[in-house]
Design a protein around this ligand. Structure first.
Ligand SMILES: O=c1ccn([C@@H]2O[C@H](COP(=O)(O)OP(=O)(O)O[C@H]3O[C@H](CO)[C@@H](O)[C@H](O)[C@H]3O)[C@@H](O)[C@H]2O)c(=O)[nH]1
Ligand SMILES: [Mn+2]
Length: 737
């Protein structure tokens, strides 16, 4: 009988999502094959024409050969990973038809760490946008973790709770997108209902002003403090790093007084600042997420958890439903551990000077992940099964009964829960428990997301990537060069450390995830290692040019062809992809520049710091990315001027390399023009090398501008200019004599 029923169900089964192969595979594979052939010729050339002459000739040749081998190997890995790629398409209307009232609860976790770097007005917008999802409010709960332990953020949350009573019905009535009020009022073009629109806008702006004023004054007026018992908690707060757990249920979704101005229920809203004591490590975002997992399990205990960073507001009110299409699909849903959306940004300029959109990676490369076991967990915009996140292993025939899950109810009062749950967020709670190891997000790394995702996959779960036309989440991309470099340093350093730890994808993932997925993870983990080969290509051919050592085939020789072919086709294909993903030509150029800058600076620092850490010399830290900037800085960002401004060793390196390439090119041009009759000979012999130098100089044009010509505050500091000239000259002289 049961069997029959199952058969019936199978026949009637209509999938909730569909998987499609990505178009253009054949072209990609043909081009990749031809590049591969070109690389083989280059290797043949390097071996056949190994210089027999001087020592310097031989060693520079070997070095270049190794760099080329590294890049080829890396290219091969990434190509293999992209060999097949898929996209997923959810069918939201089927979900509502099929499950109607049986939709599961969703707990949304928002993390913030500092009211100065992440202003409360920004956090409020993210929280409001989450509360306004197109989803039954009684099944929705938003938890804010405040690692800043700030009453300013707490106050802002109270304001949000209040404003939500107007905002939520407004969103519903006019199907507002995006549901972040700031973003909505910034972009909304057509007025829905002028009167109502204006009055809600005014309410929002008044609230924003109140929040910003308190933030600026760094103080909450007495009369406001009297309005909520929660403020009394701050009488015991010594500092951001030294305070008790503060847990306040601001809206209790079960309560009868939790209603908006039209009488509809409101989502639950909870504020949590976990306990902090100087003698205990708090494990950054991973620690706060784990505290949230435990606390929420007692209050709402929803089976699905959405996690976002405090700047990543919801830009698409259907996001929850589309992710449920994956989890709730009767055939393929039960093995899915998490559903990841891309991290997109609203503050990008047309040509993205810092290449922050990671366009090609998020639109194309991740699809290769998805076809081979699933994308990594990227920290924000990710839906998890609660069980998965808590370390449960996938078992064959595992099946969720969504009806049963919904039956569990919490009956305790809000104030009782507030008191009893505090201990779950205390510093000592995790002692001698598997939290941070086998349970929850992993500790001991600044990239808790990547390693947690991989371990979920190693527990047998698959993951899925959703990238709908209308982006699910939008956040703030860093707007100075240094912030970008520091952020990337944290990422690549974090993953490189993992590569050398027990979480190395090749060891940890062995026999648990597909080999291809291990390789994909490995290519990401080895990003920082690219710095060595890049440095070599940037520095050595240029110095050899000054010394008169030729490293590439003569222009008149047929061996030049594979070099030209590989470089040209490879770059042209990358440009085509970039344009196809919606970028501009200048955006691509900027992306190339950032590629170079990141590899020569942040990756280099990340690489050496990892080595220091392996030797036990350096400590783990997490530099939170700033989400606000001076007006001055923002203006330059909008004009697409690279922001240097501060002095940093990264800039010293960057400027020195740029100068070196400039001197190298000038030297070569001089050589070529001075001995006029030899002219063609020099060009023939050193053609490719000169070309390489000139390309580097072109890429660095904005750097020269910032060093020598710019007058604004975003230019390179003068000290960097002197240092770079001296270092570059020294290097040139050393090379020549
Ligand atoms: O001690 C901390 C430090 C950070 N955060 C929060 O973590 C999030 C990410 O920090 P951010 O400085 O914005 O880092 P990003 O580089 O933008 O973040 C990406 O990379 C991080 C790992 O390096 C992940 O944690 C993030 O989820 C992912 O979006 C923010 O919401 C912070 O408030 C905390 O809650 N506690
Ligand atoms: Mn961020």
């Amino acid at each position: 009988m049961l069997c029959e029923e199952r058969e019936m169900a199978k026949k009637e089964y209509v999938p909730l999502f569909e998987t499609r192969k990505v178009k253009g595979r054949i072209l990609f594979r043909c081009i990749a094959a031809s590049i591969f052939l070109g690389i083989c010729f280059i290797i043949m050339y390097r071996i056949r024409y190994f210089p027999v002459g001087g020592k310097a000739e031989r060693w520079t040749w070997i070095g270049l050969f190794l760099s080329e081998l590294w890049f080829s190997f890396y290219w091969l890995l990434t190509t293999v990973c992209r060999w097949n790629a898929v996209i997923r398409i959810p069918f939201i209307h089927r979900l509502s038809q099929r499950f109607g009232k049986e939709l599961p609860g969703i707990d949304i976790f928002v993390c913030t760490a500092d009211p100065l770097i992440e202003p409360p007005s920004l956090v409020v917008n993210t929280v409001l946008s989450m509360m306004a999802y197109d989803y039954p409010p009684e099944k929705l709960s938003v938890y804010l973790s405040d690692d800043g332990g700030s009453n300013l953020t707490f106050y802002a949350m109270l304001e949000a709770a209040n404003f939500s009573k107007t905002w939520l019905p407004f969103c519903k009535k006019f199907q507002v997108e995006s549901t972040s009020p700031e973003a909505y009022f910034r972009t909304a073009s057509e007025l829905v209902n002028v009167q109502e629109w204006l009055s809600v806008k005014k309410l929002y702006e008044d609230m924003k002003m109140r929040i910003e004023t308190t933030t600026k004054l760094n103080q909450i007026p007495e009369y406001i403090q009297k309005q909520h018992k929660g403020f009394r908690e701050w009488d015991f707060v010594l500092s951001k790093h030294d305070h008790q757990t503060i847990l306040q249920i601001l809206i209790d979704g079960r309560g009868t007084n939790a209603a908006d101005i039209e009488g509809n229920p409101l989502p639950t809203l909870v504020y949590l600042a976990r306990e902090k004591r100087p003698q205990y490590h708090h494990h950054f975002k991973a620690g706060s997420m784990n505290a949230l997992i435990r606390v929420s399990s007692k209050i709402t205990n929803a089976p699905i958890i959405l996690n976002v960073d405090c700047d990543m507001y919801s830009n698409n009110s259907k996001t929850i439903k589309s992710s449920l299409c994956i989890f709730m699909d009767e055939e393929k849903g039960d093995e899915i551990g998490y559903v990841q959306f891309p991290q997109c940004f609203y503050n990008l300029t047309k040509n993205e000077i810092y290449g922050s959109s990671l366009r090609v990676m998020l639109q194309l490369e991740v699809l290769g992940f998805d076809a081979n076991g699933g994308p990594s967990y990227m920290g924000s915009g990710c839906f998890h099964r609660r069980e998965t996140l808590c370390g449960k292993k996938y078992e064959k025939n595992y099946k969720v009964d969504w009806k049963k899950i919904n039956d569990k109810k919490v009956n305790e009062s809000a104030s009782f829960l507030e008191e009893t749950c505090k201990v779950l967020a205390s510093c000592t709670f995790e002692h001698n428990t598997p939290w941070g190891k086998e349970m929850g997000l992993k500790y001991g790394t600044p990239v808790e997301d990547g390693v947690t995702g991989m371990s979920i996959q190693c527990n047998g779960w698959k993951s899925i990537y959703l990238n709908p036309e209308r982006k699910g989440f939008l956040g703030v991309a860093p707007i100075t060069l240094l912030q970008n470099l520091v952020q990337h340093k944290r990422w690549v350093e974090g993953v490189l450390q993992l590569f050398f730890s027990r979480y190395c994808p090749l060891l940890y993932g062995h026999r648990k995830i597909p080999l291809k997925l291990q390789l994909i993870y490995s290519t990401h983990h080895l990003w920082a290692a690219n710095c060595l080969a890049t440095w070599y290509i940037v520095v050595v051919p240029c110095l050899c040019l000054l010394k008169g050592i030729s490293l590439f085939p003569k222009i008149s020789s047929p061996w030049v062809l594979p070099f030209v072919y590989v470089t040209f086709v490879h770059r042209a294909y990358s440009l085509a992809e970039f344009l196809w993903c919606g970028g501009t030509f200048r955006g691509w150029c900027n992306d190339q520049r950032m590629w170079l800058i990141k590899r020569t600076t942040s990756y280099l620092f990340a690489f050496f710091e990892t080595i220091l850490k392996l030797l036990g010399y350096s400590q783990l830290n997490f530099v939170v990315t700033a989400k606000v900037a001076d007006e001055d800085v923002s203006k330059r960002y909008d004009q697409e001027l690279i922001e240097f401004g501060a002095a940093s060793p990264m800039f010293d390196i960057l400027a020195t390399l740029a100068m070196l390439n400039l001197f190298g090119s000038l030297g070569a041009i001089k050589k070529a023009t001075m001995d006029a009759d030899q002219d063609s000979k020099v060009l023939d012999q050193f053609g490719l090398q000169i070309l390489l130098c000139l390309v580097l100089v072109t890429i660095n044009l904005p750097v020269y501008q910032a060093l020598l010509f710019r007058k604004d505050n975003g230019k390179m500091p003068t000290s960097v200019m002197y240092k770079s000239i001296v270092f570059a000259l020294l290097a040139c002289m050393l090379a020549m004599y």
